[in-house]
Design a protein around this ligand. Sequence first.
Ligand SMILES: NC(=O)c1ccc[n+]([C@@H]2O[C@H](COP(=O)([O-])OP(=O)(O)OC[C@H]3O[C@@H](n4cnc5c(N)ncnc54)[C@H](OP(=O)(O)O)[C@@H]3O)[C@@H](O)[C@H]2O)c1
Length: 280
Amino acid sequence: MSNVVPSVKLHDGLEIPVIGFGTANMKGNQGSTAIASAISNGYRLIDTAYNYENEGAVGEGIRRSNISREQLQVASKLPGRYHQYDEAVEAIQESLFRANLDYFDLYLIHWPNPKQDHYVEAWQALIDAKKWGLIRSIGVSNFLPEHLERLEEETGVLPSINQIELHPFFNQEEQRKWHEEHGIVTESWSPLYRAKHTMENETLQYVAHKYNKSVAQVILRWHYQLGAVTIPKSTSPTRQVENISIFDFALDYEDMEMIGKLTRADGRINDQNPAEYEEF
Ligand SMILES: NC(=O)c1ccc[n+]([C@@H]2O[C@H](COP(=O)([O-])OP(=O)(O)OC[C@H]3O[C@@H](n4cnc5c(N)ncnc54)[C@H](OP(=O)(O)O)[C@@H]3O)[C@@H](O)[C@H]2O)c1
């Protein structure tokens, strides 16, 4: 087994690597240096968002790297305050101007904000922006099955990908199953649980020791074997390499099950249930 990063095909035909690079809070010069480092360490999918206020740092990181734009995939996200159609169209254009890019490979609606109830309009804007060539593939983030069903009912188009909170303490079994049945790829945000209680967890340490890998590698391998795309973030070049080097071993069934059992009903990091939580 080699450490080449495999890719997964989305339902609209776009192929993306199964590990991308998370960039929340990476801004300015330090941010673009970390992003350029991630690219030189093999990451080819970069995850950003309008609300991270770092699309500029992502664009700069890409230009500082020695990899061409065509070899990279960039994903950004539409903030909740711009869900109305005209505003969504402008925000997508503004995202591109900030990144100084001509197109995004992926663009997601960041949160559904169901109480505002404008996410279908936002989705229509993404559908049109794809037709205009501004985006190659359109997806969502933090959408529950009820929100996804509504998109399909009202526009006939299901997202290619749904980026959701997923880590060993919140394994999203039902939501993942729903995605699988509907041809939607699951992408895990905060895949390492922000390295808060994961690194010290006894079960994860036991499995890591068994395979002679780090806890982070075991967690990211678990995501991969679940069929999820991950976007771990690290400012450290050493940890960037560590996190992407998970394709030379495989967790056995018992270890997958053991990690799956760490999940808890209240396992979300900040209790951000998309049925209630809103972000603008
Ligand atoms: N769609 C959404 O609503 C949403 C919400 C949250 C996040 N996201 C996306 O998901 C990405 C990833 O999530 P995240 O940044 O919240 O958390 P994460 O990737 O789970 O964890 C990042 C933290 O883990 C540490 N870390 C990384 N690799 C490590 C390793 N091998 N060993 C030990 N510690 C390690 C990092 O520190 P160092 O930098 O020091 O290595 C950093 O503090 C974000 O950057 C963002 O792009 C999306």
